[in-house]
Ligand binder design. Structure first.
Ligand code: MG
Ligand code: MG
Length: 257
């Protein structure tokens, strides 16, 4: 999936509003992180995120998002082989040894913050731990390239090279994206690419960079619920994301507390 949509540059003032959207989103994710333990349901995690977002006068960005049918929740909760877009459910309990990816979006004063993390539930295998570390580091390796004068391909290639140098795969089917008044604006920022190619990065662009990493294959498929994306071979997956403003001073991560 890619978003060949308009690239909208943001003013300083807009970036500060987006910083607040990002901060509220980070607080919601922090509350979810603290609640993750064996036995909790993904529906309970969803309720926690929504409560934090609304308590700050903001709205969930994912709820009602158009897709095969309007997205029904505040977060996506994707467990183990589920890469992205897992729908929270009161029937879905986390178990020790799982890894769970939580993605969340917040709309504040009309602007979106979008961020995701993956973490272990209880004790996880060394292999799962390594996957989390590589995926999170790939996000920061990519963010480091988000500077005026670089191109989208520099960011994409940095993520791909880091991930593949550790023996893992990046998805070809889902990408990072510009973000602003719309959750998905231009440019698309794939997790694979060629240095020096693609859209020129400029101060005022705001981009959600989101490495989606699979252990066994780059291929995915969608479950019959028409939202949940899983690795085609059932292998473990991880996902980290930040909304980042490109400024003259370098990358400015908006989705942190
Ligand atoms: Mg997201
Ligand atoms: Mg995103």
């Amino acid at each position: 999936m890619s978003w060949d949509r308009q690239i909208v540059l943001k003013s300083r003032r807009e970036i500060e509003i987006m910083r607040e959207a990002g901060r509220i989103n980070a607080l919601a994710l922090q509350a979810v992180r603290e609640a993750i333990r064996p036995g909790v349901t993904t529906a309970e995690l969803d309720a926690i995120a929504e409560e934090v977002i609304r308590a700050h006068g903001a709205k969930p960005a994912f709820k009602g998002y158009p897709g095969p049918y309007p997205y029904p929740a505040t977060i996506t909760a994707s467990i183990n082989e589920e890469l992205v877009h897992g729908i929270p459910s009161e029937k879905r309990k986390l178990r020790a040894g799982d890894i769970v990816s939580i993605d969340c979006g917040t709309i504040y004063k009309g602007y979106v913050g979008d961020s995701a993390f993956t973490m272990g539930v209880g004790t996880i295998s060394p292999e799962a731990q390594r996957l989390l570390e590589v995926t999170e580091r790939a996000l920061y390796v990519g963010i480091e390239k988000m500077r005026p004068g670089n191109r989208v391909g520099d960011v994409s290639a940095a993520v791909q090279q880091y991930v593949e140098s550790h023996g893992y795969h990046v998805t070809r089917e889902y990408t990072g994206h510009g973000v602003g008044r719309e959750m998905h604006e231009g440019p698309s920022v794939p997790n694979y690419g060629t240095p020096g190619r693609g859209v020129l990065l400029r101060a005022g662009m705001v981009i959600a960079l989101e490495p989606m990493v699979l252990v066994g294959t780059p291929k995915t498929r969608v479950l019959p619920d028409r939202w949940t994306v899983v690795s085609a071979d059932g292998s473990l997956t991880a996902h980290f994301e930040h909304t980042v403003a490109i400024t003259e001073d370098g990358p400015y991560i908006l989705t942190q507390v």
